[in-house]
Ligand binder design. Structure first.
Ligand SMILES: *[C@@H]1O[C@H](CO)[C@@H](O)[C@H](O)[C@H]1NC(C)=O
Ligand SMILES: *[C@@H]1O[C@H](CO)[C@@H](O)[C@H](O)[C@H]1NC(C)=O
Ligand SMILES: *[C@@H]1O[C@H](CO)[C@@H](O)[C@H](O)[C@H]1NC(C)=O
Ligand SMILES: *[C@@H]1O[C@H](CO)[C@@H](O)[C@H](O)[C@H]1NC(C)=O
Ligand SMILES: *[C@@H]1O[C@H](CO)[C@@H](O)[C@H](O)[C@H]1NC(C)=O
Ligand SMILES: *[C@@H]1O[C@H](CO)[C@@H](O)[C@H](O)[C@H]1NC(C)=O
Ligand SMILES: *[C@@H]1O[C@H](CO)[C@@H](O)[C@H](O)[C@H]1NC(C)=O
Length: 438
């Protein structure tokens, strides 16, 4: 029975992947940097080239970061009056977009651009609604490799999945028609359930209102408790609130089509080291795009250490593309909660996470009955080599072997606002038996 269930799940995943947005991009979640979280509207040719320089300075492409994305406020006051084509602000971008993209490409990086599926962008510049074809063509001519496509001023063309789908599919088809592979990053804030309608038209879709650089503060501007039936996505969503929003929709992500938990705040100063470790870890195991949002020209060692943890990045970029699921969540008396997450990785290995959003240290036994709910009894009683992905081994590499565990990892101490991320590798005899079963 369990075996049959497993094969059913496998078949449906394969079918889903075959029907994903077919532009050959985002086989794993995209990685890069975007201007918004650090610079807001204050961008120019120079800020973007500086950031690209930061990529080189800190060797970020080695870890997988390759898209340099220019967010809102690049536009001139108006489109070309004759052709309707978009024009870049000539003061902020004196060399023009094509030259900027060429420069970024010459550094071995990719170039991203921004617009909105509305009359105006969120910053009040001209939007793309009604101009999809000429905008996509112009972005392609400029050499764009990525489009972040926002949702402001959509003229009421939202409120049902069909309205949102039509607006976003239009740009998807326009991008496809250019013949240039352009990663399509939908930013419709989770409105109308994009996880249901976006997988065939976009490489990723935002699942909630905008993040802000805060661990758990409830803000009325991000009023919903779940995104499933949310009527006002809003913004100023604290980091752990977005983790809650993401928990049920992981099942909808896969190769070419990802849930976007929004850009990272790591390094921007509003959270502690442990909180940023949680932020980066959870975004990784939930298979969110990893788009940095800090000043990549000047990072502290702590920030750099977090965003270059290659064992955590490997989980995000794992080729099975399967998001971790929350297996349980229990409230803690003093606030927040404890939760346990697990997910499948290639070669019959697994990621296990424990998250403590409470203000107190907790002691937890991670029981494999919960971790391997989907895999069945032999996995639940099995023996695994466990690697702690936030500890370094004796050679200085992330992912320290902390020993062999059967049926549970007992008595784990986890401090306030901490996370534990482990990789579990079936001990050899066990793994052979289980592989044969599959
Ligand atoms: C356009 O869509 C077709 C059909 O899905 C796909 O085969 C092709 O690779 C796409 N081209 C681009 C440039 O995205
Ligand atoms: C508008 O487009 C026309 C035709 O391509 C071009 O000659 C003209 O220079 C453009 N104007 C601006 C302000 O870019
Ligand atoms: C996209 O929108 C434009 C402008 O509203 C419209 O002319 C065009 O037919 C739409 N394309 C598709 C494929 O819906
Ligand atoms: C980098 O940031 C540090 C503080 O984190 C500051 O002291 C230093 O001046 C900055 N360096 C540059 C080149 O901006
Ligand atoms: C940061 O790391 C660099 C290179 O490893 C080292 O030279 C520097 O002293 C470190 N800075 C601090 C403040 O720890
Ligand atoms: C998975 O196993 C294959 C075959 O043994 C190996 O080549 C590959 O490197 C493994 N992948 C990972 C991520 O460990
Ligand atoms: C794990 O959970 C099962 C089922 O609730 C229980 O029987 C078992 O004792 C637990 N094992 C550990 C090590 O906590």
């Amino acid at each position: 029975m369990l075996k049959q269930l497993t094969s059913l799940v496998c078949i449906s995943l394969v079918v889903l992947n075959a029907l994903a947005h077919n532009n050959g991009l985002a086989l794993t979640p995209q990685m890069g940097w975007d201007t918004w979280n650090y610079y807001g509207c204050s961008i120019s040719e120079q800020t973007i080239l500086d950031a690209a320089q930061g990529f080189i300075k800190y060797d970020l492409p080695k870890y997988g970061y390759n898209y340099v994305v220019m967010d809102d406020c690049w536009q001139a006051p108006a489109r070309n009056a004759t052709t309707g084509a978009p024009i870049a602000d000539p003061t902020k971008f004196p060399s023009g977009m094509k030259a900027l993209a060429d420069q970024i490409h010459s550094m071995g990086l990719k170039f991203g651009i921004y617009s909105s599926a509305g009359m105006y962008t969120c910053g009040g510049h001209f939007g793309s609604l009604g101009y999809e074809t000429i905008d996509a063509q112009t972005y392609a001519e400029w050499g764009a490799d990525y489009l972040k496509y926002d949702n402001c001023y959509n003229e009421g063309q939202a409120g049902t999945p069909k309205l949102s789908y039509d607006r976003y599919a239009n740009m998807s088809f326009a991008l496809n028609a250019t013949g240039r592979p352009i990663l399509y990053s939908m930013c419709n804030w989770g409105e109308d359930g994009p996880w249901n309608f976006a997988p065939t038209i976009a490489n990723s879709w935002r699942i909630s209102g905008d993040i802000y650089d805060n661990y758990n503060r409830f803000d009325e501007r991000c009023p919903c408790l779940s995104m499933i039936d949310c009527k006002l996505a809003g913004y100023h969503c604290a980091m752990t609130r977005i983790i809650d929003f993401a928990a049920p929709v992981g099942q909808k992500a896969g190769t070419n089509h990802w849930n976007d938990l929004d850009m990272l705040e790591v390094g921007n100063g509003g959270m502690t080291y442990d909180e940023y470790v949680t932020h980066f870890s959870m975004w990784s195991i939930l298979k969110s795009p990893l788009i940095l949002g800090n000043n990549v020209l000047n990072m502290t060692n702590e920030t750099l250490e977090i965003i270059t943890n290659d064992a955590i990045i490997a989980v995000n970029q794992d080729s099975t593309g399967s998001a971790a699921e929350r297996m349980w969540k229990v409230p803690v008396f003093s606030g927040g909660d404890l939760s346990s997450w697990s997910g499948s990785l290639v070669n019959n290995t697994f990621v296990i996470a424990l998250l403590n959003t409470s203000p107190e240290t907790q002691y937890v036994t991670v029981n494999f009955t919960d971790v391997f709910i989907d895999q069945g009894p032999s996995y639940q009683t099995g023996t695994y080599v466990i690697y702690d992905l936030w500890q370094k081994d004796s050679a200085g590499a992330w992912g320290k072997d902390i020993g062999t565990y059967t049926a549970a990892i007992p008595d784990v101490e986890i401090g306030m606002h901490q996370v534990r991320i482990w990789k579990a590798v079936p001990a050899s005899t066990n793994s052979r038996r289980d592989l044969a079963e599959l």
